[in-house]
Design a protein. Structure first.
Length: 225
């Protein structure tokens, strides 16, 4: 599919006017304020076609802590803001429990457009594939370069793939600092949607504790040294 050719601009050279070029490599962002409008012109993979809008990260542009999720969900796609739906609310509660103020963190996603399939009137989440994650990594790298966080927390497998550039075993690598390029640290934990899907109450409570523990480690990492 289109996404397997992330480096290929899909527009013709004649269409290369400003941000409509389609190849974000040609777009130079001088501030994160430009990210949101620039995303709307991205044609680097096919996901823009069925989404309402590209969703940029949110939070202080100099945050020491960056959270990376998977992709906008249904509500995020409509509102144009990351992590505002059920998963986002759970994330906010877990951050509270871990003593981290969400307003001090920069929160974004590995993939900026909502991938879904229609089931009747409902838009069901579909996991982005590796090609789409690779294509969209250009934008994440922009955020990473401009925010310059001390620690990036990857929420779940798609985020870990985007942040570390390779598939990571979530349960075996979670909850501890892992080196990233540029002297930066990464930390992997589960995605909040995973907690929402656990039917058994005891298992859900245990998963919640594990999630809060991982976030507590993240909080300590940014306050130490
Ligand atoms: N899930 C994500 O990964 N990101 C969002 O923004 C919302 C839900
Ligand atoms: Fe571009 Fe990312 Fe949207 Fe694909 S998902 S069109 S790479 S912004």
């Amino acid at each position: 599919m289109v996404a397997s050719h992330p480096g290929t601009p899909q527009s013709q050279p004649t269409a290369r006017v400003g941000l409509s070029a389609g190849a974000p490599d040609e777009v130079k962002l001088s501030s994160l304020n430009e990210l949101r409008p620039a995303l709307q012109a991205c044609r680097r993979c096919g996901l823009w076609r069925h989404a309402t809008q590209g969703v940029a990260g949110e939070g202080p542009f100099t945050a020491p802590l960056m959270f990376v999720g998977e992709q906008p969900g249904d509500m995020e796609d409509l509102a144009g803001r990351p992590f505002i739906g059920p998963a986002g609310q759970l994330l906010s509660r877990a951050l509270d429990a871990a003593g981290i103020s969400r307003s001090e963190a920069y929160v974004t996603n590995a993939v900026k457009h909502f991938k879904h399939e229609l089931r009747g009137k409902r838009r069901l989440h579909k996991t982005p594939d590796a090609g789409e994650v690779r294509a969209c990594r250009w934008w994440l790298d922009q955020e990473r370069t401009m925010v310059k966080p001390k620690l990036i927390v990857a929420l779940g497998g798609t985020a870990a793939l985007a942040v570390f550039g390779k598939a990571m075993p979530i349960m075996r690598s979670r909850g501890r600092p892992l080196p990233l390029d540029g002297g930066l640290q990464g930390l992997i934990t589960v995605h909040p949607s995973y907690l929402l899907r656990i039917p058994d109450e005891a298992a859900k409570a245990a998963a919640w504790r594990g999630f809060v523990e991982d976030l507590t480690v993240a909080g300590k990492l940014i306050t130490s040294g």
